[in-house]
Design a protein around this ligand. Structure first.
Ligand code: C5P
Length: 220
């Protein structure tokens, strides 16, 4: 039944890190590789969905013809692209590791080395997940991710409610072989009624598990 269970669905996926500019040659980024998001895009596309992949800077390639890729750099650019694509989408999967803060000012010229400390003032970025969660219609589904270092399940449950997700995928930093840059991941899928833990698997297989859950909600 996996075959083409997402035929006719449009799914927006955010993936990878964001880069927040400091000056023309420097940025604040993070270690996200984009592998989980790209695996989700391939899984959705191969099951018949039309995918819009809003991607931060990564070195990965997309192969499936049903994936329309929009390359962005900053949290603000990712927000614009994702919000626009979500309007007529059936679901959103927010897998990107979006910066929570961005420099208040971007220097026009490369910042010079000085003897004094350099102070960068940062302002909060837009929470893309919360903003799509607010816009979400009853016919749309929204899936989020959480990476926690303590009280994982209760923090994830909190995020599920706060950002209006239909379910949230928790990856734990405490699990070996899970999370950033790995080819494998170990997840717990949490919705309003239950938390289901999966064994360590390759990200391609993890993606199929997540898409199975999404697909079951379309059909319920
Ligand atoms: O609050 P926290 O960043 O831990 O939430 C993680 C979830 O929210 C992920 O699904 C992530 O993609 C999303 N998120 C977002 N925009 C942000 C911060 C997080 O979409 N600015």
């Amino acid at each position: 039944a996996r075959q083409q269970d997402l035929a006719g669905r449009k799914i927006v996926i955010t993936a990878g890190p964001t880069y927040e500019k400091i000056d023309p040659v420097r940025f604040i980024g993070n270690y996200s590789s984009g592998k989980m998001g790209y695996a989700l895009a391939e899984a959705c596309a191969s099951r018949g969905a039309e995918v819009v992949l809003v991607s931060g800077p990564v070195t990965l390639q997309t192969v499936h013809p049903n994936i329309q890729r929009i390359d962005v750099e900053s949290a603000a650019e990712m927000h614009r692209a994702a919000a626009d694509a979500f309007k007529d989408a059936d679901a959103g999967i927010l897998c990107a590791a979006v910066a929570d803060f961005t420099p208040e000012q971007v220097a026009d010229q490369k910042i010079k080395r000085e003897k004094d400390d350099l102070v960068l003032r940062l302002k909060p970025t837009c929470d893309i997940a919360a903003s799509l969660g607010k816009e979400k219609r009853p016919d749309q589904l929204l899936v989020g991710f959480a990476l926690e270092t303590c009280d994982e399940v209760s923090h994830a449950q909190d995020k599920l409610a706060r950002k209006n997700f239909d379910f949230i995928v928790l990856n734990s930093l405490n699990d070996k072989g899970a999370g950033f840059r790995c080819d494998t991941n170990k997840i717990t899928i949490i919705d309003r009624t239950e938390a289901v833990s999966y064994p360590l698997k390759r990200k391609q297989e993890v993606a199929e598990d997540i898409v199975d859950k999404l697909s079951s909600l379309f059909h319920s």
